[in-house]
Design a protein around this ligand. Structure first.
Ligand code: F3S
Length: 754
């Protein structure tokens, strides 16, 4: 293990440290004296202080040293702006930035990319110059989607990575613990500080048997999502194991890990196996595979490893699933889907089928999809629905262009979009229906919250494997089961689609396509990072003020949110993405998607001072101008969805003090703490119902102490005596400093100045 093996072919001098990892693990093993899961091995081998760190799953806060950081372009802007404000010459941990989120799908790959280069020039120039300046690898627009590029170039078994995107866990397909974080966490690690994570619980998914026919790896996670629901993975790593694992392709394992984000899991991971070795070899990293084989005993679970929960899935009997609409955990097996469509009156006609994205754009996925398209073409049929393909990377696009799958899908009627997120993140100029019109679409993506793809709340978005998506586009209706139903060919003769086939890895190797990577130059001092003061897209960050050391008295509730409040509701994507680097401008989307309990409407709240109804951001700005702090009341799993730190920066910027909920999604809770806000939960969740949107509250902030509850005094608007509600929190000592100083960055600046 003493060998020097580079972590990636695209950098020099950053080595895989199996030796150190194995030493750390020995220290931890001697202390814990019990068999370990693979997740624990990866996490504990990256402890900053393995000798003294408290280690209790679900309880201790671990201080960790990740191997890498990856940022997508939307989140990178704010992360780099924050990193700049800490005043360091270069990143202390290997970091890459990937341009994938800002490319809108309109007509097709090349034109859309050219237009994006034009529209986003200011941002791309900022990212290109700032990454060069601070020694960060830069993947230009057109290179592909972050998680696909990470899998192709940076992921390695046993590694620990953080990424400023919620689908970072995709790298679990290569045995890496890859965790989605907010930009503020990325800034810490870029600055060389240890990164803190509550020791995750470990949910084991034991796979037995072997898949066949129409069932794909995607169906495993669709089923798991149905079993665990969007909350079920919270605070846990989902660790796959068992004899069924070896039959899955590495990219298929990536798909499963990717979509683990939909059940709130910290991350998902597979043990190192021969399929990963094959993929490393195919992506010109056989030397890494060989090195991993030397360390193999620590790249899987120990015999007798203890899981907090076990789920068993028999792949022999697993059938394809279709999840949705509106939530990824509504899982319906294909055999029951037609009935469900009828019962729920989901629109039957399939308007659009979309494949690709970071979740499902492997060579295997594309080959399967093309095989179904070819089958349809052979019967004289083309896609009945609009059909789009977003290749996950330039390498995938170039390879399927060389090998013919791309042409087959085009012939079938498919539109090849840019190698980017596109419709998955609402970057979709959809023209075929009007806003508000009920309709159905189905994608091989991961996330299907209301309005995510096309900003139309009436769009019923379903999620399935690429195989099922393409099959459905042949029929043009949701009332089609390719396993049992016949279609009519061009002459009216009945036929059934053949089971999809296709290679997992390209037998001729991958074609890298265009060179889209910019390595940081050797001489970086002379590089200027310019941000125009007139820019409406980028704004140099001013620090937040420190806490005034007082309890807050008689402050208003800006909004009491009803039901689901995802990060999409708190800081909407789509057209707002372009203001990600400009905090004041993007704050105009704060909570505009959340439903006000008082009137059941979005973005319409009553101003506590004027009594007038106005938009949520405008009302917050009014309170801020009056020097009045405010709170938000939220329901279960508040802030689920993406790692979007703007969802925390915006309320802080507009003068919020606390977000009080029944429970939080992990990343959002941490993000709020980093920005100097108070994420608090009702000690008794039933207290949520006792508070009315027009009530005023006192928040006794001076009570903030590790492990102690805080008091919220409620002054009912309807009259009657004030009453107290107990609030819980998860702050530890260092995090309390963030609140006191005004933000984690303020604490960092204060400490480095001392
Ligand atoms: Fe992009 Fe959608 Fe993945 S936004 S990173 S393709 S989840």
């Amino acid at each position: 293990l003493d060998k020097k093996v580079e972590m990636t072919n695209s950098e020099t001098g950053n080595y895989i440290n199996y030796k150190k990892m194995s030493e750390n693990l020995k220290v931890v093993r001697d202390r814990l004296q019990h068999p370990l899961t693979y997740s624990e091995k990866v996490i504990y081998s990256h402890l900053d202080d393995p000798h003294n760190q408290d280690i209790e799953r679900g309880v201790s806060y671990l201080k960790l040293r990740p191997d890498r950081v990856a940022c997508q372009d939307a989140t990178a802007q704010m992360a780099i702006l924050q990193f700049m404000s800490a005043g360091m010459p270069s990143v202390q941990t290997p970091t890459t930035v990937h341009c994938d989120h800002l490319i809108e799908a309109q007509v097709g790959g090349e034109k859309d990319l050219a237009r994006a280069n034009d529209i986003n020039k200011e941002v791309y120039d900022f990212l290109s110059s700032s990454t060069a300046k601070y020694n960060i690898g830069f993947w230009k627009p057109g290179s592909g989607i972050i998680h696909q590029i990470v899998l192709e170039n940076y992921a390695f078994p046993g590694g620990l990575m953080i990424g400023t995107d919620s689908h970072t866990p995709n790298a679990g397909g290569l045995g890496m613990a890859a965790i989605g974080v907010g930009g503020a966490d990325a800034v810490d690690v870029m600055a060389g500080l240890p990164w803190e994570l509550k020791a995750p619980k470990v949910i084991g998914v034991r796979l037995t048997g072997k898949m066949s026919g129409w069932t794909t790896p995607k169906d495993i996670i669709l089923k798991v999502a149905g079993l665990l629901t969007v909350k079920g993975g919270t605070g846990a790593i989902i660790e796959y194991h068992g004899p069924g694992v070896d039959s899955l392709s590495c990219t298929g394992m990536g798909t499963i890990c990717n979509m683990g984000a939909e059940i709130g899991a910290t991350t998902s991971i597979f043990p190192f196996n021969d399929r990963m070795y094959d993929y490393l070899k195919a992506t010109k990293r056989q030397h890494i595979g060989d090195f991993s084989r030397e360390y193999a005993k620590d790249l899987r679970e120990d015999d007798g490893a203890r899981y907090d929960q076990i789920i068993e899935i028999d792949l022999n009997t697993l059938e394809p699933y279709i999840n949705g609409p509106f939530t990824p955990d509504l899982a319906t097996p294909l055999s029951k889907f037609k009935e469900a469509v009828k019962e729920n009156k989901w629109p039957e006609e399939l308007k659009v089928g979309l494949i690709g994205s970071c979740t499902n754009s492997s060579y295997e996925d594309m080959s399967h999809a093309a095989s179904i398209a070819r089958d349809a073409l052979d019967h004289g049929l083309k896609s009945k629905s609009i059909f789009t393909i977003t290749p996950g990377s330039e390498q995938i696009r170039a390879t399927i262009a060389r090998d013919g799958q791309l042409q087959t899908m085009e012939e079938y009627g498919g539109v090849i979009l840019a190698n980017a997120c596109g419709p998955c993140i609402g970057q979709w100029d959809r023209k075929d229906i009007k806003k508000g019109e009920a309709n159905s679409i189905i994608s091989s993506y991961n996330r299907n919250f209301t309005g995510r793809n096309d900003a139309n709340p009436a769009t019923h978005a379903f999620v399935a494997s690429p195989d099922i998506v393409v099959a459905m586009t042949v029929a043009g209706t949701l009332n089609f089961n390719p396993m049992t139903d016949k279609l009519k060919d061009k002459d009216g003769n009945e036929f059934m689609l053949k089971e999809p086939t296709g290679e997992g890895l390209p037998s001729r190797g991958y074609d890298p396509g265009m060179d889209t990577y910019q390595a940081p130059p050797a001489n970086r001092e002379s590089i200027n990072v310019a941000v125009s003061p007139n820019s409406d897209r980028l704004q140099i960050l001013a620090g937040f003020p420190a806490w005034d050391k007082k309890d807050a008295e008689n402050i208003p509730i800006l909004i009491k949110c009803q039901g689901k409040t995802t990060t999409d509701h708190i800081s909407m994507a789509g057209p707002w993405l372009k203001y990600r680097g400009h905090l004041d401008n993007i704050s105009n989307n704060m909570l505009i998607g959340a439903i006000n309990e008082e009137n059941g409407e979005a973005n319409k709240v009553k101003n506590a001072f004027t009594g007038a109804y106005d938009a949520v951001p405008a009302t917050a700005r009014d309170y801020k101008a009056r020097g009045v702090k405010w709170v938000v009341i939220g329901d279960w799993n508040y802030g689920e969805g993406s790692s979007r730190e703007h969802a925390a920066l915006e309320p802080r910027h507009l003068g919020g003090l606390a977000i009080i909920t029944r429970s939080f999604a992990r990343i959002h809770e941490t993000n709020l703490k980093k920005q100097g806000m108070l994420p608090l939960t009702f000690s008794d969740p039933a207290d949520y119902d006792k508070i009315k949107p027009e009530d005023k509250v006192d928040l006794l902030c001076t009570q903030l102490e590790v492990g102690k509850p805080m008091t919220l005094r409620v002054h009912p608007a309807a009259g009657g005596a004030a009453f107290d509600v107990s609030l819980s929190h998860t702050f530890n000592e260092p995090q309390i400093e963030w609140f006191v100083d005004g933000s984690a960055l303020n604490t960092m600046a204060r400490k480095s100045a001392n």
